[in-house]
Every structure is written in structure tokens, then in C-alpha cells.
Design a protein around this ligand. Structure first.
Ligand code: FAD
Length: 390
């Protein structure tokens, strides 16, 4: 490994864990990622390796068998996973996010039922907000949950569900009051177990990148769910709970941006010293030095912003502003860096024999998922204007 990617982690335990994950990524992930990617195959052995390192229980409280490590540690781990293969950090994302939502907002019964199973993990988690007619405007969802005695009946269609076929439990955003004003007061989150009658994961969506992990449609067709499955037990809190959990998702996606950009840089600076043009390594052409210097400056800034946002979340306060800034910057610079990497590699960068084209296909997802860059900008602007009363 050329650099110590964990050097910016402040907590010594977290630093050691991130370093160890980095060693595992170099040894186990880098050599096989292209194969899984091109076959669009779920990487069972790699997921087993992540599980053996305890990564699925990284944010689960110790009382339920988890490691209960910091968000700083989690961010560092996601950077390292994405440096090897972005899809791995995606496989863990909704799992950690839903585990966080249950730990923070679940009833004791829900914690007892799910958290120990998320550690090994016996079951994995998916998050389902997006619908065919509602993405950025999540409060426009049409999926309804109607009370019927001790149960709710859920009807609706969901889109873009990462881990949609392999999850054991789904955190689903629904409307229990379609007339509520403001709209978020009518939103309720449910924990829906795979196999519940009336609930089905459907078509797997074909994607530009983010291969190996499935992203699917879901339908609720008169799906009967006990009222005990309402996250936290009371109606109308779902939007608040899911938005808080999305801060965790945004830290994950920011970290993925850092990891992919770092991988693109690492490959580029090595290649630039080997490849010769006009009688010298292309690194000796100043234009390439400037390009590489700009790349690493952006990556360093993105890394520090992401770790800063994670530490803010660790402090227990709302971190939507910080997570938004980190996610916006890290994912936008990732797009720039992967294009720079392709320019540095010339024609071979366009070949499927090197991972550059994979980084190039993976980067756009990160500026879309967990809230597009436009949405991050609105979150940032609304978050910061409060500090400037007139
Ligand atoms: C591979 C993949 C995996 C995903 N996984 C999941 C998942 O597991 N669970 C889940 O629930 N969702 C998931 N998503 C969905 C993802 O979160 C949405 O795609 C994203 O939030 C954007 O929503 P949309 O696609 O409906 O775009 P739209 O909301 O239709 O946006 C289209 C364009 O309009 C812009 N726009 C919208 N509103 C505004 C505004 N107010 N101001 C300025 N511009 C605006 C957007 O920035 C964008 O450029 C996934 C998506 C992908 C591609």
C-alpha cells in the first residue's frame, strides 16, 4: 500500500480497524473485483469476509452483540471498501442505516427482535423510500398503510431498492395520513419482514455500474403487517426517523466517493510513472503533474470533510448540514477524478481490462443516490441560512 489511508482517523482503535480493512481490501478485493463486476455477480466470499470482520455489526450497540464503533470508524471502513470495489460499501450501506434507525428509534421489542440478527448478519436490511413517482420529493410517496384492528394494510409500489432480493427486513416509508399538512406528519416507517404475504421483491433493474449488488422493484399488495412493526411504535414519525438515518447513508456515500477517487488516483500516479510519451514518463509532462496534484488535493479535502461529518454524527447532534456538504463535495470530485484518471490512462483507460472504466461507471451513482447533488445543495443552503438571521 502506497499510503496509510487510515492516517486521518483520530481514534486509535478506529485507525487500526480501518488499516486492517485496507489490508484485506488489497489482498482479497482488488484481485477479484473486476471479475465479479463484469459477471454482475453477488460477491458471496467477500461479503463473508466483511461479516467475519464484524462490519455488519459495526454500529449495532454492544448490548445486542454489535461492535458499537464510531461513525468516524465506519466512514474510514467505507472509504477502504470503496477503494477496492464501490459495490461492497453499497451492500453494507442500507444494512447499517436500517440498524441505526432501529437502535435509535425502535421499540425495545423491535431492538430485541432484529439487532442481534443484524450482527453476524443472520439477516440483511434494505431501505425503501423511492417510488416510480417520488424520488427527491420523498414526501410525495403514494404507498399507503391503513389501520385495520391490530394491523396495517400496506399498498403501493417501490423502486430502486438496493439489496432488494437478499434482504430479510425492509424499512419502508408509507403514508398513514394522505391529507396531513405538513405532509411529513402523515409519514410512517414500517419494518417489513421478507416473506410477509402481499409483499414481493420484483424485477432486478439493469444499471450502468454498481454491479454485483441487486437493485429491484418492490410491491405491497394488501400486505398485512402488525402495528408492532411501526418503527418506534407511533404513526407520523417516519419521515423524521428516516431523514436522521439518511445522514448515516450520506456519510457512507461520501466515503464511497473518497474511496473511488482514491483508487482512481492510485492507479493514475503509478501508470503516469510507467507510461512513456515523447521520450519520458508522462508524469514528467507538467500537465499530468498538475492534473494529479489537483486530484489528490480534492481527494484530501473530501476525506477530511467526510471524517468531519462522521465525527459530528458521533457527537450526537443533527449532522444533515455536515453530511450534505461532505456528500456533495466527495461525490462531485469523485466524478472529476475518475474522468481525470481516464484521461491519464489514454486508450487503455477505456478498456475493460483495467478498473478505470469501472470507476467511471460507478461515480455517477454517488451524485444521485441518497439525495442528488441538487438536493444536497438545498439541504446545505437551508441548514446554513439559520445561522444568518437578519
Ligand atoms: C442504483 C441506485 C440505487 C438506489 N437505491 C435506493 C434504495 O436502496 N432505496 C431507495 O429508497 N432509493 C434508492 N435509490 C433511489 C435514489 O435515492 C433516487 O434515485 C434519488 O433520490 C433521486 O430520485 P429520482 O431518481 O426520482 O430523481 P428525481 O427526484 O426525479 O430528480 C430528477 C432531477 O431533478 C432534480 N430535482 C428534483 N428536485 C429538485 C429540487 N427541489 N431542486 C432542484 N433540482 C431538483 C434532481 O436533482 C435530478 O437532477 C437508488 C437509486 C439508484 C440509481
Amino acid at each position: 500500500m502506497a499510503r496509510d489511508y487510515a492516517a486521518d482517523i483520530t481514534d486509535p482503535i478506529a485507525q487500526e480497524i480501518v488499516s486492517n480493512v485496507g489490508v484485506w481490501v488489497d489482498r482479497e478485493v482488488k484481485p477479484v473485483a473486476l471479475e465479479y463486476e463484469h459477471a454482475d455477480q453477488f460477491p458471496d466470499p467477500l461479503v463473508k469476509g466483511m461479516s467475519e470482520m464484524g462490519l455488519f455489526g459495526i454500529k449495532i450497540p454492544e448490548a445486542y452483540g454489535g461492535l458499537d464503533l464510531s461513525f468516524e470508524c465506519y466512514a474510514g471502513v467505507c472509504m477502504e471498501l470503496a477503494r477496492g470495489w464501490m459495490s461492497l460499501a453499497g451492500i453494507i450501506n442500507t444494512h447499517v442505516l436500517v440498524g441505526y434507525a432501529i437502535s435509535e428509534y425502535g421499540t425495545e421489542e423491535q431492538k430485541q427482535k432484529y439487532l442481534p440478527k443484524l450482527v453476524e448478519p443472520e439477516i440483511r436490511c434494505a431501505l425503501t423510500i423511492t417510488e416510480p413517482d417520488a424520488g427527491s420529493d420523498a414526501q410525495a410517496i403514494k404507498t399507503t398503510a391503513v389501520r385495520d384492528g391490530d394491523d396495517y394494510i400496506i399498498n403501493g409500489q417501490k423502486m430502486w431498492v438496493t439489496n432488494g432480493h437478499r434482504a430479510g427486513v425492509y424499512l419502508a416509508m408509507t403514508k398513514t395520513d394522505t391529507t396531513a399538512n405538513p405532509r411529513h406528519k402523515g409519514i410512517t416507517a414500517f419494518l417489513v419482514d421478507a416473506g410477509t404475504p402481499g409483499f414481493a421483491a420484483g424485477r432486478r433493474l439493469e444499471k450502468l455500474g454498481y454491479k454485483g449488488v441487486e437493485t429491484t422493484e418492490l410491491t405491497f399488495d394488501d400486505c398485512r403487517v402488525p402495528a408492532t412493526q411501526v418503527l418506534g411504535g407511533s404513526e407520523g414519525r417516519g419521515f423524521q426517523h428516516i431523514m436522521s438515518a439518511l445522514e448515516v447513508g450520506r456519510i457512507n456515500v461520501a466515503a464511497r466517493g473518497v474511496g473511488v477517487a482514491q483508487a482512481a488516483f492510485d492507479d493514475s500516479i503509478r501508470y503516469a510513472q510507467k507510461r512513456e510519451a515523447f521520450g519520458k514518463p508522462i508524469f514528467e509532462h507538467q500537465a499530468q503533474q498538475l492534473r494529479l496534484a489537483e486530484m489528490i488535493t480534492k481527494i484530501r479535502a473530501a476525506r477530511l470533510l467526510t471524517l468531519d461529518a462522521a465525527r459530528k454524527k458521533d457527537s450526537g447532534v443533527r449532522s444533515d448540514l455536515d453530511a450534505g456538504i461532505a456528500k456533495l463535495y466527495a461525490t462531485e470530485i469523485a466524478q472529476e477524478c475518475v474522468l481525470d484518471a481516464m484521461r491519464i490512462h489514454g486508450g487503455v483507460g477505456y478498456s475493460k481490462e483495467l478498473p478505470i472504466e469501472r470507476y467511471y461507471r460507478d461515480a455517477p451513482l454517488m451524485v444521485i443516490a441518497e439525495g442528488t447533488s441538487d438536493i444536497q445543495k438545498t439541504v446545505i443552503a437551508r441548514g446554513i441560512v439559520k445561522d444568518y438571521p437578519i
